[in-house]
Design a protein around this ligand. Structure first.
Ligand code: TYD
Ligand code: MG
Length: 477
């Protein structure tokens, strides 16, 4: 053991290192994420570099003649798309997600599918015993796949085994937080262990030219190191998301050195494991009941994929006190802004009602393009008038009530038509943006320039207090 001070304090969320403990990480602001760890020692399993052995590095030009890296498609097309066309040899992929969301299920299915194409696939489970994995494989009907399965956590053994496995295409490590390198003096799951283990595995992948997938649990309490400390070390970061109460899961690429990020893959968790969902809009709209006030269909984009979702809004009378604003699947701050714009610019009052907004199906929307659909749901609820059930909405709303252009209007319109919608409410094209919008022929376009144009469509109905701007309306809190 070294004589130097052997401990330091590490934030499990961002990996920042401080000499003393703090209740709140000074770097990322997370609470209760800082814990004591033994200091990292040396460069892990790699041999010590002696100064006398250094040599000059070589510089090359940008063009080069190297072919694009070979890829192995897993056969699960939603996964392959997010990866940018399949697994790249020698690359490291981090698959993050909440415990129980389905990471092991997805990887077992992908590994088995790849093994069936004759590729060599090694699956190392540090969390589940062999029998557990076998049981799952049996339930998923994958037992016949020639997958090599092992339950191990000792990283020294694992790396030694992998160094000998030169013909492997894919190695799955489930999960990185259970792996343990004996020369690091801290428990599995700590930042130093997770980092050192990942470093060794990634190095092995690069030298032996197999793809390695590291599973990482995301935790909020900081007890286990968050996979975020690994994001810069790997080539691709995928997050598997979803709501436990819902069947669908979204695989989201947030970093990809070999392809586009912002791609998503959609799956549905069922009795037979994860099924691919080639048409997510149909899934999200499956339970929509037309002709209900307070509902509007948003033509959104998830990455490059158009996805239609229903926005639902409910207004409930507030008996004095501050009205509630509650959102599920959307940003609360943006809801407040839209309410203020509707009130100030269009004279629609919400200051005496509670507002509940829900994105049906459990999807989370971050696009500002949803503003117009949310506004339509709000005005529809306020006027107790259903929106046209065959219409989709998209457009960003500015603070003066103007409707702003959003990206990929054509893709959104095409998806709407594909799902049987016959009208779309969208931003009015500005004179300078003279590019012709090639809308599908079956779709009637309602282009609007200001939010009051939308309100006017509902005007004359019960509670809207005129479409004229209210001069001194105050922002509801
Ligand atoms: P799992 O892949 O073990 O999650 P993770 O590895 O991310 O922790 O998924 C476990 C959950 O998935 C569990 O709650 C049961 C559910 N599940 C199904 O609903 N159907 C299935 O066929 C399988 C295998 C799991
Ligand atoms: Mg698991």
């Amino acid at each position: 053991m070294a004589a130097r001070p052997a401990s330091r304090f590490v934030c499990a969320d961002c990996g920042a290192v401080t000499p003393k403990w703090a209740g709140r990480c000074e770097t990322c602001g997370a609470w209760n994420s800082v814990s004591e760890e033994a200091a990292e020692q040396g460069p892990g399993l790699t041999a010590k570099v002696s100064k006398s052995k250094t040599r000059r590095i070589e510089f090359v030009d940008l063009a080069g003649s190297a072919a694009p890296p070979p890829r192995a498609a897993t056969g699960i097309s939603e996964l392959d798309r997010v990866l940018g066309g399949g697994l790249v040899a020698g690359s490291a992929i981090l698959l993050g997600g909440d415990p129980g969301i389905g990471k092991s299920t997805l990887l077992l299915q992908a590994a088995a599918s790849l093994a069936r194409t004759g590729k060599r696939v090694l699956y190392i489970s540090g969390e589940e015993a062999i029998e557990q994995v076998r049981l799952r494989a049996r339930r998923l009907g994958l037992s016949d796949a020639k997958l090599e399965l092992a339950a191990a956590i000792n990283l020294r053994d694992i790396v030694a085994t992998l160094e000998a496995a030169s013909d492997a295409t894919l190695v799955v490590i489930d999960s990185i937080q259970t792996m343990w390198l004996d020369e690091i003096d801290s428990a599995p799951g700590t930042v130093s262990q997770v980092r050192a283990c990942s470093f060794e595995l990634i190095r092995a992948a690069k030298t032996r030219n197999f793809a390695v997938v590291l599973v990482g649990h995301v935790t909020k309490d900081g007890a286990i190191a968050g996979p975020r400390v690994l994001e810069h070390m790997v080539d691709a970061v995928l997050y598997f998301e979803g709501d436990r109460g819902h069947q669908f899961r979204i695989l989201r690429g947030v970093k990809n050195r070999f392809g586009a990020t912002d791609e998503i893959g959609v799956f549905e968790m069922g009795d037979a494991g994860l099924a691919e969902v080639p048409n997510p809009s149909a899934l999200f709209l499956a339970e929509r009941r037309g002709n209900i006030a307070g509902s509007a269909v948003f033509a959104g984009l998830e990455g490059t994929r158009p996805v239609l979702v229903e926005i639902q809004c409910l207004l409930a009378g507030n008996q004095g006190g501050t009205p509630r604003r509650s959102t599920i699947g959307w940003d609360g701050g943006r809801l407040s802004m839209l309410l203020a714009v509707l009130e100030t610019r269009c004279g629609v009052k919400f200051n005496a009602t509670d507002v509940y907004l829900n994105v049906a199906g459990g999807l989370r929307i971050t696009e500002p393009a949803a503003d117009l659909a949310v506004a339509a749901a709000l005005v529809s609820a306020a006027t107790e008038t259903p929106t046209d059930p065959g219409m989709v909405f998209f457009g960003e709303v500015g603070l003066s009530g103007e409707i702003r252009q959003v990206a990929q209007a054509e893709a959104r319109l095409k998806e709407a038509e594909k799902l049987g919608f016959d009208a779309a409410c969208l931003p009015r094209r500005v004179a300078s943006g003279n590019r012709k919008l090639s809308a599908p022929p079956g779709l009637t376009l309602r282009e609007i320039g200001h939010l009051s144009d939308l309100v006017a469509r509902f005007a004359g109905k019960t509670t809207v207090q005129g479409a004229a701007p209210a001069p001194h309306a105050t922002k509801s809190s």
